[in-house]
Design a protein around this ligand. Structure first.
Ligand code: HEC
Ligand code: HEC
Length: 303
């Protein structure tokens, strides 16, 4: 009995080629497709997305950042409160490093007496442990915004300053820039008013020194010593009676003696233009003659 031969499946060269293709080419195609598939899927495993567009952008950002501002676009300013919260509160909320504490009128009164413009400038330029602009850059907070924060803080410390003039649109950054000149012209008057108010706030008893004829102002006060005494009582005693802030105390020889070693002109100059915590003219807008008279009055009491 003859069995049908167990026929080999490949009998012709054509079939051989087909088998080779089936045996090698198809798996290779599958492997290629798989590799392609794997490469194309989103891989989110740790450390595998380093080349993603966002990651790359994030990595190169600090070097590649070119911040193009549209100078004509209306700039959105932060409010004084926002600037305070974001920047100034770091020190001023707790009074860290000797910063005048927010809401503490005792801390603020002598500073307010310097007038708004001085405080604004000091906040921009720094003072002692107070870094310029609270440590920010002009790109983050404009002069104007720092000014708002100053007004916000000072007003919570007892002042009634007005906000600085909003810079004209287009004056990109500088509230004090040329473009804002007309506005700052107007603010000059405001500032004077604010300064007068500030002095009043700091030295509770002064009724608008500027408009107080009692404090002199007339050519050659008839009685200079009278005017000096009046001004002392209205303004200077706020600090000099008790020696607030290290002011030489009224009638205290030991406090005054070292200062009186300077020529009288120097002492007058300190009183007129300020020295350390001593605000120019004690924060008032009295005439030079009356301030000198007040100095004479104080000096004669300390001899
Ligand atoms: C790193 C701490 C710190 C930060 C932040 C800070 N300040 Fe001050 N600030 C101080 C200190 C300290 C003083 C007291 C300086 C002195 O009298 O020597 C001060 C004083 C001031 C004064 C009074 C200046 C004077 O002439 O008496 C003003 C105004 C002021 N800061 C505004 C600001 C504003 C506005 C900000 C936020 C933009 C700010 N500060 C952020 C520490 C700071
Ligand atoms: C806000 C507080 C304050 C007020 C108000 C004030 N002073 Fe003073 N004054 C001081 C302080 C503080 C000193 C010490 C300054 C220093 O030596 O650094 C001082 C120092 C002086 C000195 C001595 C300067 C020297 O060292 O030779 C004279 C003079 C003086 N004040 C005059 C006046 C007169 C006049 C007034 C009023 C018109 C006045 N002060 C109002 C705080 C004040």
């Amino acid at each position: 009995m003859s069995e049908a031969p167990h026929g080999a499946p490949i009998k012709t060269p054509g079939q051989l080629i087909a088998a080779v293709i089936a045996g090698f080419a198809v798996p290779i195609v599958i492997i290629v497709l798989l590799a392609y598939y794997v490469d194309n899927t989103t891989r989110t495993g740790a450390g595998t997305d380093e080349l993603s567009a966002q990651q790359v952008a994030a990595r190169i950002a600090p070097i590649a950042q070119v911040n193009v501002r549209d100078a004509t676009a209306p700039r959105v300013y932060k409010t004084g409160e926002q600037v305070y919260q974001a920047v100034c509160s770091a020190c001023h909320a707790s009074g860290a490093a000797g910063a005048p504490k927010f809401g503490n009128s005792g801390d603020w009164a002598p500073r307010i007496a310097q007038g708004y413009d001085t405080l604004w400038k000091t906040a921009l330029s720094g003072k002692g442990a107070m870094p310029p602009r609270g440590g920010t850059s002009p790109d983050d907070y404009s002069d104007y915004e720092i000014g708002l924060a100053v007004a916000y803080m000072a007003n919570h410390g007892g002042a009634s300053f007005q906000d600085p003039p909003r810079p004209a649109p287009g004056a990109a950054n500088a509230a004090s820039g040329a473009a804002a000149a007309p506005a700052s012209e107007a603010s000059g008057a405001d500032a004077n008013a604010a300064q007068a108010q500030a002095a009043a706030a700091a030295i509770a008893a002064i009724p608008q020194t500027a408009s107080a004829p009692a404090a002199g102002g007339g050519a050659q006060s008839a009685d200079a010593s009278q005017a000096g005494k009046a001004l002392y009582q209205q303004v200077c005693q706020a600090c000099h009676a008790a020696g607030v802030l290290g002011a030489p105390k009224f009638g205290n020889k030991a406090d005054w003696a070292p200062r009186l070693k300077d020529p009288m002109d120097t002492v007058y100059n300190y009183a007129l233009h300020g020295k350390g915590q001593m605000p120019p003219k004690g924060g008032s807008s009295a005439s030079d003659a009356d301030v000198k008279a007040a100095v004479d009055y104080m000096v004669s009491a300390a001899k």
